[in-house]
Ligand binder design. Structure first.
Ligand SMILES: O=C(O)CCC(=O)C(=O)O
Ligand SMILES: [Fe+2]
Length: 368
């Protein structure tokens, strides 16, 4: 018997690019999509850096007076008594509520425009962190704190409000580490019951060592900064000059038409998520309407305050099951399907239609 062969070899049916429903800048088909987009050379260079390394550096993002104003408007928000927490001696979370300068830094048109290009969706600045001193944080991915459905629609923009040298605890990161899977507790051998952030940090440090990843330090001028992809492993280096300040701001961004959740307290293996229903766009001050690629959804309660996401259609079907079709109706449908499948035009159409359909799907996702 001759072996069965596809009428058209699979590799020829394949379209040049698939989205895989990740941001195109993180897609394995990045170079094909970039060629289609054909942006001006400087933009192509930034996108390529971001794709390959998981970050790109942006010089002169802020004028010096906006840096100074941001420091001035936030310096009263630190709490010298507290060693850690949202408002502690080194950190002021969500100072945009009090400071117009912080809000301005989080909504810089240059950053928002670049992010919209990288992610093909409107960015949503949703959190700010201002730092008086270096964080000396161990390596982590922000995707353990913030993730989205579809995945990877999250990133951070970090700006130096004063010069950063090797002495005042510069940011460090592992170029290319964003390409690792988005890890969560379960992949690291923990459960929600045994969840422990220090253990997460130890596991990540071991992974970095095992993969022999090389860190880079960001020594950078006042007013310059960088954007990093949500899964890039990064942290704050040791402060070698005691008491040195490292005034800086990080703004975190989600993107429109996604569902937002906290991976650290989710059990993705079982489809149970700690939802973040209250994501507010710093630019508009309004709560963001969440969808899955434009499809509305509902939440069903699961264990420990977590939820399952279901489409509204599925939620409706569960409460009012549609009447099953009658036997006659089913038989007629089966017959119709058989006769269509038996026809020559169906087989030719199928062979020709598949690549066209795939290409259409891909194009519609890319253009979104
Ligand atoms: O600025 C730093 O040292 C690290 C900040 C950070 O990791 C973050 O805000 O996500
Ligand atoms: Fe971080």
């Amino acid at each position: 018997m001759t072996p069965r062969r596809a009428a058209i070899p699979l590799e020829d049916q394949a379209s040049a690019v698939y989205s895989f429903n990740v941001p195109w800048v993180e897609s394995p088909f990045f170079y094909g999509i970039l060629a289609q987009k054909n942006p001006p050379a400087p933009l192509a260079k930034l996108a390529t850096e971001y794709h390959e390394n998981g970050y790109c550096i942006l010089e002169d993002l802020l004028p010096p007076d906006l840096c100074d104003q941001t420091i001035e408007e936030t310096q009263g928000l630190y709490n010298p008594q507290l060693p850690d927490g949202p408002r502690s001696y080194y950190r002021a979370q969500d100072a945009w509520h009090e400071s117009a300068a912080v809000k301005k830094v989080a909504t810089l048109p240059r950053v928002l425009e670049l992010l919209e290009f990288f992610y093909d969706r409107k960015p949503v600045p949703f959190q700010t962190l201002n730092f008086r001193h270096g964080t000396q944080q161990a390596g982590h991915s922000d995707s353990i704190h913030f993730s989205s459905l579809p995945a990877r629609y999250m990133c951070g923009a970090w700006v130096a409000l004063e010069d950063v040298t090797v002495e005042n605890g510069p940011l460090f990161y592992y170029p290319g580490s964003h390409k690792l899977p988005e890890l969560d507790l379960y992949q690291l051998g923990m459960t929600l019951e045994t969840a422990n952030y220090s253990e997460y940090e130890r596991a990540l440090a071991a992974l970095v060592k095992q993969l022999k990843l090389e860190p880079k330090q960001l020594t950078i001028k006042k007013g310059s900064g960088l954007i990093w992809a949500s899964n890039l492993i990064h942290g704050g280096s040791h402060i070698s000059k005691a008491g040195a300040t490292r005034w800086s701001q990080v703004s975190h961004y989600y993107f429109r038409d996604c569902i937002y959740y906290t991976p650290f307290f989710s059990n993705r293996s079982f489809g149970e998520y700690l939802h973040r229903p209250e994501v507010v766009d710093i630019g508009t001050g309004e709560r963001v309407k969440q969808t899955f690629d434009g499809t509305p959804f509902e939440v069903q309660p699961a264990e420990g305050g977590r939820v399952r996401f279901v489409t509204q259609r599925a939620a409706g079907a569960a409460s009012a099951p549609a009447a099953p079709p009658g036997q006659d109706e089913l038989n007629a449908l089966r017959q119709e399907i058989q006769s269509i499948k038996g026809s020559r035009s169906y087989r030719v159409g199928r062979a020709l239609g598949t690549p066209v359909r795939v290409a259409r799907q891909v194009l519609s996702q890319i253009r979104r």
